[in-house]
Design a protein around this ligand. Structure first.
Ligand SMILES: [Zn+2]
Length: 312
């Protein structure tokens, strides 16, 4: 390791801390606006073992926020995993990168996650969050769950986000009541079930899945909060990590939540079950809505279908 390169940050956590960072295998699920920020910062920091997971390609509407993407990537419909791997390699050509150009709900996806030591979840659907939470609990991996939230409710524009860090002592996104269980149910129900609901209620399956705004600076704040906590956690400067941080964009403050996890969580009860859980059940049911069809590689920026497990 070229310590001179990291000279200025060794002043914070020393050579030992730098070696811990370099040795950590990090998975980033969702390489959109937030995940691309997280990857770039981790590469600058000196992380050099990555698993990158995302089945999406770059489109024109990504260019307001996707770190590393260019107009040429839009024209070529470059997979986001390739863009992010390119960004990492531009900083460290010797970085070890496992690329899963697909949903994490695949045999390759689950294998890459199981081989990692820390997972960053940069997804924008709560169905994906619940699966990642279940996985992180079962393998007892620290799981950094990042979410932004932007609303305009006619009274005022409201924007911010949160960072939840799961460890065995801290509870998870489920027992902290951070997940919209109705959204989870929609994400994880089968296509047939969604079609039945459409027939019964007349509501198209994805009608409630509209996406909100996504802003590069808001994504960057959440990514920076997460990478900062990663540094403190991995180097041992601050353990346990903060359980839940909320960023209030209008007030310009970050608040550490005092919320406590509910007891009796079925996901936290799975801690250590790891390989004993049948993860591939999610893959076998190819009709599961959470297992998106691969998106067509279109270069004009239009998207002909929506994915339930996409990145923001
Ligand atoms: Zn829990």
């Amino acid at each position: 390791m070229d310590l001179e390169r990291f000279d200025r940050q060794l002043l914070l956590f020393g050579r030992e801390g730098q070696e811990k960072i370099a040795a950590t295998r990090v998975a980033i699920v969702g390489l959109g606006g937030i995940g691309s920020h997280v990857a770039q910062q981790l590469a600058y920091l000196g992380v050099r073992r990555f698993a990158l997971l995302d089945g999406d390609v770059v489109t024109i509407s990504n260019l307001n926020r996707h770190i590393g993407s260019t107009e040429e990537d839009v024209a070529r419909a470059t997979p986001k995993v390739q863009v992010v791997a390119r960004t990492i390699r531009s900083l460290d050509p010797s970085a070890e990168i496992v690329q899963v150009d697909d949903s994490f709900v695949t045999p390759a996806g689950f294998a890459a996650l199981a081989d990692s030591q820390v997972i960053f979840g940069c997804v924008d659907r709560d169905g994906a969050r619940l699966l990642l939470t279940e996985f992180a609990c079962a393998y007892d991996q620290p799981y950094f769950d990042l979410a932004t939230d932007t609303r305009d409710d006619e009274q005022r524009v409201d924007f911010g986000g949160r960072l939840m860090i799961r460890t065995s002592e801290q509870g998870c996104a489920y027992c902290l009541d951070l997940l919209d269980l109705e959204e989870v149910r929609r994400d994880l129900s089968s296509v047939e079930r969604r079609a039945e609901e459409y027939a019964m209620y007349g509501v198209p399956p994805d009608a409630l899945d509209q996406r909100g705004p996504s802003i590069v600076s808001l994504n960057g704040i959440l990514a920076s909060l997460a990478v900062m906590e990663f540094i403190l956690f991995i180097t041992g400067i601050a353990r346990p990590p903060k359980r839940l941080l909320r960023y209030d964009g209008l007030r310009g403050v970050v608040i550490e939540s005092k919320d406590q996890p509910r007891p009796g969580c079925p996901y936290c009860a799975q801690i250590g079950k790891g390989a004993a859980v049948d993860w591939l059940r999610h893959v076998r049911d190819r009709r599961l809505a959470a297992q998106p069809e691969r998106r067509p590689r279109v270069a004009n920026g239009s998207r002909s279908e929506s994915s339930s497990l996409s990145s923001r």
